[in-house]
Write a protein that binds this ligand. Structure first.
Ligand SMILES: *[C@@H]1O[C@H](CO)[C@@H](O)[C@H](O)[C@H]1NC(C)=O
Ligand SMILES: *[C@@H]1O[C@H](CO)[C@@H](O)[C@H](O)[C@H]1NC(C)=O
Ligand SMILES: *[C@@H]1O[C@H](CO)[C@@H](O)[C@H](O)[C@H]1NC(C)=O
Ligand SMILES: *[C@@H]1O[C@H](CO)[C@@H](O)[C@H](O)[C@H]1NC(C)=O
Ligand SMILES: *[C@@H]1O[C@H](CO)[C@@H](O)[C@H](O)[C@H]1NC(C)=O
Ligand SMILES: *[C@@H]1O[C@H](CO)[C@@H](O)[C@H](O)[C@H]1NC(C)=O
Ligand SMILES: *[C@@H]1O[C@H](CO)[C@@H](O)[C@H](O)[C@H]1NC(C)=O
Ligand SMILES: *[C@@H]1O[C@H](CO)[C@@H](O)[C@H](O)[C@H]1NC(C)=O
Ligand SMILES: *[C@@H]1O[C@H](CO)[C@@H](O)[C@H](O)[C@H]1NC(C)=O
Ligand SMILES: *[C@@H]1O[C@H](CO)[C@@H](O)[C@H](O)[C@H]1NC(C)=O
Ligand SMILES: *[C@@H]1O[C@H](CO)[C@@H](O)[C@H](O)[C@H]1NC(C)=O
Ligand SMILES: *[C@@H]1O[C@H](CO)[C@@H](O)[C@H](O)[C@H]1NC(C)=O
Length: 755
């Protein structure tokens, strides 16, 4: 009996020794093998780990203590897919483990819990799901599990790992449960980020002990009690935007004298802006948008001499714009959108703020003439006065605003001419004057706006010819793009409400793709900034075109011929000239453009449809309806394989046949209404319930472009790899995001052809 017991003990000791005796190097080589097996194609720096080296301490991403034990392992950004390696705990001294920015899937295994020396764990930006249980990791200082797929509540084991924790981020997962007691036993916490989850209940009352607390985009509710901010408040940054918090916001926030950033955006706070804010002299950014704050802006706010960014959009402020704003002399961005402000703005002093670069007064009831004082705001880059009741003319002196990049005066009651001085605005990227009563001719000088890529003059009473000089707009936006790359302060220009979405014409192909990306408030600023810096919409290179320029002159009284010079506007995707009095022929040069949409409906254009239109192989929408075109449909239109909207209705002189094969055969009679001389091909095949487009033979005959084939092949390969290796459908969703809808459509097409 005794002997047996001894034997057992000996065996246990032996095994224990075996485990200990196994060197860290062996574990790392095992890890390398594991990763290589999981990732046959893309690999990280671990591939250089060489067995022939005696010690692993100089391997890339590996660090050791003096005794040669591995304590540091950085495998971030190493193209790792598949499940987690299950023997990290055999690196018994490991204190730093960084697996961030990979595509690791599955759930956290017990192994990680046994890494009891761990002080810094970063697994952010992976695809790890399940519950978060790290209960044994009591030495953790920093824990970053953001951007994964964790779910469930984290409160049960949380206190155990909390005694040494200073930094915690669980942002962008699907966590639920309450957080109001969660950090009570975390004495050292300084930075907490629980944003973008589904946490419920009240805000943790201890936040003043932290330097940073981010809980935006959750389902938190309740009031913020005055007792939350005492003289000991250490907060530098507080973000509780997009929750369901309510009540008045306590003035005791003034105790947080180190605060630099405060966002209460999109809650249901009411009452006055807490005057206590005036004691936070260092405050730089204050975002109060989309609440129900009202009453007067407290004069104490003027004590915040470092305030650079103030957004009180979408609240219940009203009356004349107060002079308190004019006293915030450090202000760079002032956003008062969507309130009930009336009268003029001159008396407010805002127009004298020396550093202002962004002024957004859209969606109010401001009236009177556009103030000429604006022309002395030499630093202004973004001026948005849309959706007010401004009357009178556009002051020619606005031509002095040489740094102006965005001018949005849409939907007011402005009249008179567009001043030729607009041509002096060489930095202008965006000019939106839609929905006024502007008259006279479009000034030729507009052609001097060589940065101008987004032009909307629709819905006015502009007359005369379209000046040929218009073809020069957007011909050299690079200086403005470079300026924005050097000085990315336009970041601030977008309110929480993201007006940039409204600058993109939603119902047009390509734009609606960008718009739907922008709809997510997470992306809106980023995408607008990418556009303003001249980058691709998506960070990786993709077949998506960078140039999304547009010209919208719809619904005016423009007459004469469309200038052939427009053939040089290569950076434009959308040309809308519908609802004017344009006549003459459609210039053949139009075929040189790379348009996605062309609408010249409801004009008096005559002659034949130029066959050159068939060269615009990006064209998805072509509307030539209600004109006076004659002759046959050019055969070249059948080459427009991407065309999905086509309308030549009400051109009574069009004649000949609509081809029975090719792209044009995919359109039904709705595209050819009121064309008595045109004979429509009558389909004879069987018809089932689905749309004619899906069934048409043309889909099969369609030849994808080289670019499409290449991208499709890559997408296919990647899809198979992701599916085979990770069996993760979500990996494919990610891919989908990257390569855009079109390619996926294209893939589906190929699939169909294969059958
Ligand atoms: C992990 O790696 C990323 C990228 O290399 C780095 O930014 C981050 O600081 C690292 N985090 C930790 C905790 O080591
Ligand atoms: C974790 O890694 C990510 C990306 O690699 C990095 O952005 C983040 O700052 C890291 N977290 C910490 C706490 O260092
Ligand atoms: C906190 O860290 C210290 C040293 O960094 C360590 O001695 C202590 O045991 C840790 N606390 C807990 C509860 O593990
Ligand atoms: C918040 O809760 C409501 C129901 O209580 C739910 O419909 C909604 O999806 C939740 N929102 C988030 C962001 O979790
Ligand atoms: C600061 O906190 C104390 C309690 O610590 C409170 O009595 C006081 O009113 C607060 N100060 C402000 C300006 O609210
Ligand atoms: C604002 O500053 C004035 C002095 O300029 C001071 O008397 C007042 O107490 C300050 N208000 C607040 C709320 O700190
Ligand atoms: C503005 O005032 C009108 C009535 O005068 C009211 O119906 C509307 O809700 C107010 N809008 C805002 C944003 O307060
Ligand atoms: C615009 O430029 C023209 C020609 O250089 C100049 O005559 C005019 O005064 C300028 N307008 C403004 C408002 O600066
Ligand atoms: C502006 O445009 C007009 C007319 O197109 C042209 O004559 C003039 O030289 C341009 N001025 C500048 C400063 O480019
Ligand atoms: C298009 O824009 C680029 C910069 O983004 C510029 O270099 C190029 O000259 C422009 N092309 C035309 C035809 O305007
Ligand atoms: C073209 O403009 C007309 C008239 O403005 C409009 O009714 C039509 O929907 C537009 N066509 C397309 C394809 O958007
Ligand atoms: C339409 O075009 C024909 C010839 O192509 C021309 O004779 C006729 O005057 C035009 N009608 C209108 C209303 O422009």
């Amino acid at each position: 009996m005794f002997y047996q017991m001894l034997n057992a003990i000996l065996q246990v000791l032996l095994i224990a020794q075996m485990i200990h005796g196994q060197s860290d190097k062996e574990v790392l080589l095992e890890l390398k093998n594991f990763l290589q097996a999981q990732n046959p194609i893309n690999r990280g720096a671990y591939i250089s780990w060489s067995e022939s080296e005696a010690s692993p301490c100089h391997w890339k991403g590996v660090g050791c203590d003096d005794a040669g034990h591995v304590i540091f392992l950085d495998l971030s950004n190493s193209n790792i897919a598949g499940p987690l390696f299950s023997s990290f705990s055999r690196l018994t001294r490991l204190t730093h483990l960084n697996l961030s920015s990979n595509s690791i899937t599955g759930e956290l295994q017990d192994d990680i819990k046994h890494c009891q020396s761990l002080q810094h764990l970063n697994i952010s930006n992976n695809l790890i799901g399940g519950f978060l249980d790290l209960s044994r990791l009591t030495k953790l200082h920093t824990l970053d599990v953001s951007q994964n797929r964790f779910q469930g509540s984290i409160d049960e084991n949380f206190p155990e790992i909390c005694s040494n924790l200073t930094f915690l981020s669980v942002s962008s997962n699907s966590f639920t449960g309450r957080i109001d007691k969660l950090f009570d036993n975390c004495p050292k916490l300084k930075h907490v980020d629980v944003s973008w989850n589904s946490f419920t209940g009240m805000v943790w009352p201890g936040i003043e002990r932290l330097r940073e607390f981010k809980a935006n985009n959750n389902n938190l509710t309740g009031r913020i009690s005055p007792g939350m901010f005492t003289t000991g408040c250490k907060l530098h940054s507080l973000n509780i935007a997009i929750n369901h918090l309510y009540g008045t916001f306590p003035s005791s926030i003034g105790n947080c004298s180190n605060m630099k950033f405060l966002s209460l955006w999109e809650n249901s706070f009411h009452g006055s802006i807490p005057p206590g804010i005036g004691s936070i002299v260092g405050l730089e950014e204050l975002v109060l948008a989309s609440n129900s704050f009202n009453a007067n802006i407290p004069m104490e706010l003027t004590n915040c001499t470092n305030l650079k960014y103030l957004d009180i959009s979408d609240n219940n402020f009203g009356g004349t714009v107060r002079d308190v704003f004019g006293k915030l002399t450090g202000m760079r961005s002032l956003l008062l959108q969507e309130n009930n402000y009336t009268g003029g703005i001159t008396s407010s002093g805002i127009l004298q703020l020396p550093n202002l670069i962004v002024l957004d007064l859209c969606y109010n009831q401001l009236s009177g003439d556009l103030p000429s004082e604006i022309s002395s705001m030499k630093n202004i880059k973004v001026l948005m006065l849309a959706e007010n009741d401004f009357t009178g003319t556009i002051p020619p002196s606005y031509g002095q605003l040489l740094r102006l990049q965005v001018l949005d005066l849409s939907f007011n009651s402005l009249s008179g001419d567009i001043p030729p001085d607009i041509g002096n605005l060489s930095s202008l990227l965006l000019l939106i004057l839609v929905g006024n009563q502007l008259s006279g001719e479009i000034p030729r000088e507009i052609g001097n706006c060589t940065s101008l890529l987004w032009l909307n003059l629709a819905g006015n009473q502009l007359e005369g010819q379209i000046p040929p000089e218009i073809a020069n707009i957007g011909s050299n936006p690079s200086p403005t793009f470079m300026e924005n790359r050097k000085n990315p302060e336009l970041l601030e220009s977008i309110t929480s409400k993201c007006v940039a979405v409204e600058w993109l014409p939603s119902s047009y192909p390509e734009f609606n793709f960008v718009q739907s990306l922008m709809m997510s408030q997470k992306n809106c600023q980023t995408i607008w900034n990418r556009l303003a810096m001249g980058y691709d919409v998506l960070p990786i290179s993709s077949p998506l075109r960078t140039a999304l320029g547009y010209v919208q002159l719809s619904r005016n009284l423009l007459s004469g011929e469309i200038p052939s010079a427009i053939g040089t506007m290569k950076n434009f995707s959308l040309l809308l000239l519908d609802g004017n009095r344009l006549s003459g022929r459609l210039p053949a040069e139009i075929g040189r453009l790379r348009l996605v949409s062309l609408n010249i409906s409801s004009n008096f254009i005559s002659g034949e449809i130029p066959s050159e239109i068939g060269y615009m192989d990006s064209l998805e929408s072509l509307d030539l309806s209600s004109n006076n075109f004659s002759g046959a449909l050019p055969a070249s239109l059948n080459q427009l394989t991407k065309l999905s909207k086509f309308n030549v209705s009400y051109n009574s002189l069009l004649s000949g046949n609509v081809p029975s094969t090719g792209q044009l055969s995919t359109f039904d009679e709705q595209s050819f209404l009121g064309d008595p001389l045109l004979s429509l091909h009558v389909t004879t095949g069987s018809s089932s319930g689905s749309s004619p487009r899906e069934l048409s033979s043309s889909d099969i005959e369609k030849h994808p472009t080289k670019e499409e084939i290449m991208v499709t092949t890559i997408a296919f390969l990647a899809f198979f790899i992701v599916t085979l290796l990770t069996r993760e459908f979500h990996g494919f969703m990610y891919l989908y995001f990257i390569v855009s809808r079109k390619v996926v459509n294209c893939m589906i097409l190929h699939n169909r052809n294969a059958r």
